[in-house]
Design a protein around this ligand. Structure first.
Ligand code: C5P
Length: 309
């Protein structure tokens, strides 16, 4: 029996997201503090020696991807691109356990593409340098390089420049999505054209000992896409209010282009209690208590390393 390879695809959270400019090709320049959570999708796979790539999708959100052509799936696109770039004759049978809502601002598709690259570099025993892999990642999407890194970083450029930060504390968190997909290009389009944030507002040398200290500094840096997203989907305001009302909430904010919002709580118990209370009033929302990955996530940057639960 052939070995099964596996890789986690953690949700990506933009603790803040500033739009600092716009390039001639239409892409926006961003500055964003990005971290990852224990909640995520998961990818597994077995080796094929005939070059074929197959993908089966399981999990609670699999149905939301069933109508899309499989050629568009970022897992398939990432696998084909890696095959092309390396001219490997090998293939893979892949299984994506889809647990995150799609088109939701927490990087689901990008995290899946990054997990595919990690898994196949390991399975196919590819000897690729980090720059080549980052270039392949960026060509799949602006958020794929940061998902490939998989640890708390300051992201800039359109997503390709990643600055390492001192170790962050693990943050108790709740994620909520209203169950309605949001189009990233539509949100970027809906924002005020000429409004840009200043650059370099985040001190990359600060060593945070607690979530409370981090949340306090995050008050000065927001998500520049929130206004545009709430104008398209006002329910995002209801989510932010629901998160902020619960005991122990240190910060409630939207991630990426939405519609998923997150809140940081003082303790894991408070995060779990908040998730329970909000779920009892909003059965139609996807609600997950989780925590951000700190030390463990560093294993993600060692291509092929497995990931502790
Ligand atoms: O790169 P990705 O496919 O994830 O981006 C989706 C869309 O989001 C882009 O086509 C663009 O309209 C918008 N975007 C942007 N600036 C970024 C990232 C995404 O304008 N830095």
């Amino acid at each position: 029996m052939s070995a099964t390879y596996s890789q986690p695809a953690p949700a990506k959270i933009n603790l803040f997201l500033h739009v600092t400019g716009k390039r001639d090709d239409g892409y926006h320049l961003l500055e964003s503090l990005v971290c990852f959570t224990a909640a995520g999708d998961a990818l597994s796979g077995e080796l094929r020696d005939d070059g074929k790539i197959t993908l089966a999708i399981t999990g609670p959100m699999a149905g939301d991807l069933s109508d899309a052509p499989s050629e568009d799936n970022l897992v398939i696109r990432a696998a084909r691109l890696l095959q092309q770039e390396t001219q490997t004759p090998l293939g893979a049978d892949l299984v994506l356990d889809k647990r995150l809502p799609i088109a939701s601002g927490i990087g689901g598709g990008s995290a899946d593409a990054a997990a595919t690259l990690r898994l196949l570099v390991d399975m196919w025993k590819l000897d690729l340098d980090a720059d080549t892999l980052s270039r392949i990642a960026l060509s799949l999407g602006a958020d794929v390089p940061v998902c490939l890194r998989g640890q708390t970083v300051l992201m800039s450029g359109i997503g390709e420049t990643l600055t390492d930060l001192p170790e962050f504390p693990s943050l108790p968190m709740v994620l909520i999505n209203p169950g309605k997909p949001v189009s990233t290009p539509a949100i970027f389009k809906a924002r005020e054209e000429d409004a840009f944030s200043d650059e370099n507002l985040w001190d990359v040398t600060t060593h945070y000992q607690s979530g409370a200290a981090l949340a306090a500094d995050l008050q000065d840096c927001g998500n520049d896409l929130t206004l545009a997203a709430t104008s398209i989907l006002p329910e995002i305001c209801d989510i932010l209010n629901a998160l902020a009302r619960e005991e122990g909430c240190l910060l409630a904010r939207m991630s990426g282009s939405g519609a998923t919002c997150f809140a940081i709580y003082d303790t894991n118990d408070q995060a779990e209690q908040a998730a329970k209370t909000i779920a009892s009033a909003h059965e139609d929302w996807w609600i997950t208590p989780t925590h951000t990955l700190s030390e463990q996530a560093k294993t993600l940057s060692n291509i092929g390393a497995s990931f502790p639960d």
